[in-house]
Ligand binder design. Structure first.
Ligand SMILES: [Zn+2]
Length: 224
């Protein structure tokens, strides 16, 4: 009773709104139709050079700009779990895309790009798992933490391609090879930028005996 009243008061003070244009919407986590259509644009990307030839294909659910950049920053750097329902709603909207539906049907197991244990302790969670786990479960794709980040790497954004390769050398190791052998593996991450990290992960998964690796990210800054 008290909690119902509190909820009613809370909803009155903070009504649900679209994360982009702030228009009122029915439920928390909803987008307005216009913004959802604008942001959710599942795309098959050209496979970036660092991911070749180990990744069979690469897909992004939206472009990394504007509203999506803010939501991801809220989740990753300000640890605001309140950003998650919006992201989950966006994933659900991607179900209607034929390419994504085929990718999910193809996938036998999903592997998130891991954080180094010290970073995960600091943040309290792995954002790629939080973004994708429930949605993949709904589609019958189990998520396995088959990769470990065994080396604390430097932030990539200021490094040259050469330094990136060096930085990632020996950074990842497979810890659940049995779950990958002979499988169609979907490698998932929040953002695709240069593809260096995803390429290093895909390489380890292939080395562990996976039949094929495809990559799915929430957002990509590629223009296609
Ligand atoms: Zn909107």
């Amino acid at each position: 009773m008290v909690s119902d009243l509190f909820q009613a008061l809370w909803d009155f003070l903070f009504p649900a709104h679209c994360p982009l244009c702030h228009k009122y919407v029915k439920n928390k986590g909803d987008w307005c139709e216009t913004c959802l259509r604008q942001v959710c644009q599942p795309t098959r990307l050209p496979v970036p050079a660092p991911m070749q030839p180990v990744a069979g294909s690469a897909w992004a659910l939206c472009l990394y700009r504007g509203g999506m950049r803010d939501l991801l920053r809220r989740l990753k750097y300000r640890r605001q779990q309140s950003a998650l329902p919006y992201i989950h709603r966006l994933l659900a909207a991607a179900d209607a895309d034929k390419g994504i539906a085929a990718l999910l049907a193809w996938s036998e197991v999903a592997v998130p790009v891991p954080l180094h244990a010290s970073r995960e302790r600091l943040r309290g969670f792995n954002q790629s798992e939080q973004i994708f786990a429930v949605w993949l479960q709904v589609h019958g794709v189990p998520m396995v933490r088959a990769l470990q980040r065994v080396k604390a790497t430097l932030p990539m954004y200021e490094l040259t391609p050469e330094q990136r390769r060096e930085n990632l050398k020996g950074a990842f190791a497979v810890c659940a090879a049995a779950s990958l052998a002979g499988k169609h593996v979907l490698l998932v991450d929040d953002i695709l930028t240069t593809g260096a990290t995803l390429g290093a992960c895909a390489r380890e998964i292939k080395r562990a005996g996976a039949a094929e690796v495809r990559v799915l990210v929430l957002a990509s800054d590629h223009r296609c």
